[in-house]
Design a binder for this molecule. Structure first.
Ligand code: RRO
Length: 318
């Protein structure tokens, strides 16, 4: 029997979250109804879909696929346009939890414009999404360190809000080091890792077809397929940044133990994508209860107490 009563609340950059578990940008957060449903749920925050300056309908259907192993998407950045979201912020704040805006401008100056508007609208934090994998003809900025640096310098000039950066997955130590330098030198306040793994292909062998229609069937991989990559990215950034920047871990959180693994790897909170789309906002009630139980079983009084507590596997010589 656990002899402590754990809290699942956390704090990131001075902002208090009633739960360390909330939606990842892009999951069930496009419409104002979706956002209100997140507000009414047990999600620890309301994260607004990554916005562009103008409304976007997104890619053709089918653009989302889920199976027992995870998900594949090529949504194509469908969103209402930042003005609709910014206007809704005061109402969303009435749900009594942090509101996080996410931006991915298409044109020059778009991110700066949107961040200034969100700042004025009263969001608690902003996320600069450098990693949408599904815009035809537009590479992921997060793989271009010089361009990321320039973008983040420009963004930093226009907002005093806690500014996070949503990163693509990295696979080589040199990539983590390059991006960690960009983050610290441009004044980023927190890290969101990982976005989906781009250019993945899922095939239905029965029909011999691709499972999604846009972009030649290629899309961003999420859910269980990506959890080990996500944990590796959380851990690498936590190590290289010396624990100085809070990390929101995203990738494969479908149970309380998954959230716990992200905390152990170095995250301060977790974002939920695939499991939210699969189960709807009620998923947060389950995940919160499961996270509370696992924290208590391991003797941690709160998510922050478990952060980065991952132990090395003792090795012996062969
Ligand atoms: O809308 C999308 O296609 C999308 C975005 Br903006 C993103 O950041 N990550 C993703 O997997 N899909």
């Amino acid at each position: 029997m656990a002899d402590i009563e754990a809290s699942i609340a956390t704090e990131i950059c001075g902002v208090k979250f009633p739960s360390a578990v909330f939606n990842a940008a892009g999951a069930k957060d496009v419409s104002l109804e979706d956002l209100d449903a997140l507000g009414q749920s047990e999600a620890g925050a309301i994260v607004i879909k990554t916005a562009t300056k103008e409304f976007r309908a997104g890619n053709d259907l089918p653009r989302w696929h889920a199976d027992g192993s995870g998900s594949l998407n090529s949504m194509g950045l469908p969103n209402l346009g930042y003005e609709r979201y910014a206007a809704a912020v005061p109402r969303l704040k009435e749900h009594g939890k942090p509101v996080i805006a996410s931006v991915s401008g298409i044109g020059e100056g778009d991110n700066e414009l949107m961040l200034a508007a969100y700042d004025k609208a009263g969001v608690d934090m902003v996320e600069v999404n450098l990693s949408c994998p599904n815009i035809a003809g537009k590479g992921q900025l997060g793989y271009d360190y010089a361009a990321s640096r320039k973008m983040l310098e420009n963004c930093r000039r226009v907002t005093k809000l806690p500014m996070g950066v949503k990163l693509p997955p990295y696979f080589d130590r040199s990539q983590f080091e390059e991006m960690a330098a960009v983050l610290t030198e441009t004044g980023a306040d927190f890290v969101v890792t990982i976005n989906s793994i781009g250019n993945a292909l899922v095939i239905d062998p029965e029909t011999e077809e691709k499972v999604i229609a846009p972009n030649g069937g290629l899309g961003g991989l999420g859910g269980g397929y990506v959890k080990p990559t996500a944990l590796g990215n959380v851990h690498m950034f936590d190590q290289i940044l010396g624990g100085k920047l809070p990390i929101i871990g995203v990738g494969g959180v479908a149970a309380g133990t998954d959230a716990f693994e992200h905390l152990l790897a170095g995250a301060s909170a977790v974002g939920v994508g695939t499991a939210l789309v699969n189960e709807g906002p009620a998923v947060f009630m389950r995940l919160n209860a499961e996270l509370r139980t696992v924290l208590e079983e391991h003797g941690y009084a709160e998510p922050a107490a478990a952060r980065g507590k991952l132990k090395d596997k003792p090795g012996t010589s062969a």
